[in-house]
Design a protein around this ligand. Structure first.
Ligand code: MN
Length: 262
């Protein structure tokens, strides 16, 4: 007869005594939360709207509560494979395996490159350097692109960084790197600090928005608008997301957290 080790009890004790820190990777969700802005003829999401119900008043003397209206792709949020035409036969948020909502974060730092060039895209060389230093990106990993862009999350103008050409200039990932991670590494998906998992100018790439194309084609996921990524080590933390179980939902706002061993 096997004897169960108390893995969960040990984990909980470590969380309680601070040996494992819980890092909140989520932006505050409010009516000012930046959402992606697509040019015509594309439709845009309405973002987040608060619809107050009662606040300890005659409509509800003992309670405070609200309705809200929110886009699936609003604030810190999850992209399901069906979000993209290349993944239309893949999972929506209600069908994906919940065990895939937790994985090791492999955090690749491109903050210096992105500070010099807002269009910078994580490259194969960046992945090779990361793997040389920290080992091969393992199965059940989230690849988190640490661009530093979350520093602009409360300043929509800088966050979108629309240039005189009318295009958004925000960092992303090259097509080659997306193909490599989607096909040669058994990752869960890509996490980013920007409004979407492709570069701002990636609509002009071939195919357009290649990270969405190749990740979702491989039934892999995306997490956008992460913050506090600098609190994560390059490897070894656990990233957890919990999209709402919206029937046939293409995405969902999430409260993304990470468990970091101190
Ligand atoms: Mn999205």
């Amino acid at each position: 007869m096997s004897v169960k080790t108390n893995v969960l009890g040990d984990l909980l004790a470590s969380i309680v005594d601070g040996k494992v820190e819980i890092v909140d990777l989520s932006q505050v969700l409010n009516e000012d939360t930046p959402v992606i802005q697509l040019p015509p003829p594309f439709k845009n999401t309405g973002g987040f709207k608060f619809l107050p119900l009662s606040e300890y008043d005659e409509t509800g003397p003992v309670c405070y509560w609200n309705d809200f209206v929110a886009g699936e792709h609003c604030g810190t949020h999850f992209d399901a494979p069906v979000h993209w035409v290349s993944g239309k036969d893949g999972d929506s948020v209600d069908t994906l395996q919940m065990k895939n909502m937790i994985g090791e974060a492999c955090v690749i730092d491109i903050t210096q490159q992105a500070a010099l060039d807002p269009d910078y895209c994580l490259s194969m060389e960046d992945i090779e350097m990361f793997e040389k230093e920290h080992g091969e990106i393992a199965s059940q990993s989230w690849v988190v692109i640490h661009s530093g862009w979350a520093q602009y999350k409360d300043d929509p103008e800088k966050f979108h960084n629309v240039g005189e050409d009318g295009q958004s200039h925000t960092p992303g990932i090259t097509k080659e790197a997306s193909i490599f991670l989607a096909e040669k590494r058994d990752i869960l998906g890509i996490g980013v600090e920007t409004v979407g998992t492709d570069a701002g100018i990636a609509g002009s790439f071939d195919p357009p928005f290649p990270n969405h194309h190749y990740m979702h084609q491989a039934n892999k996921y995306g997490i956008a608008q992460l913050t506090n990524v600098e609190a994560l080590p390059p490897r070894g933390s656990l990233l957890i997301v919990n999209p709402l179980k919206i029937e046939r939902g293409s995405g969902s706002p999430v409260r993304a957290i990470a468990l970091v061993q101190k």
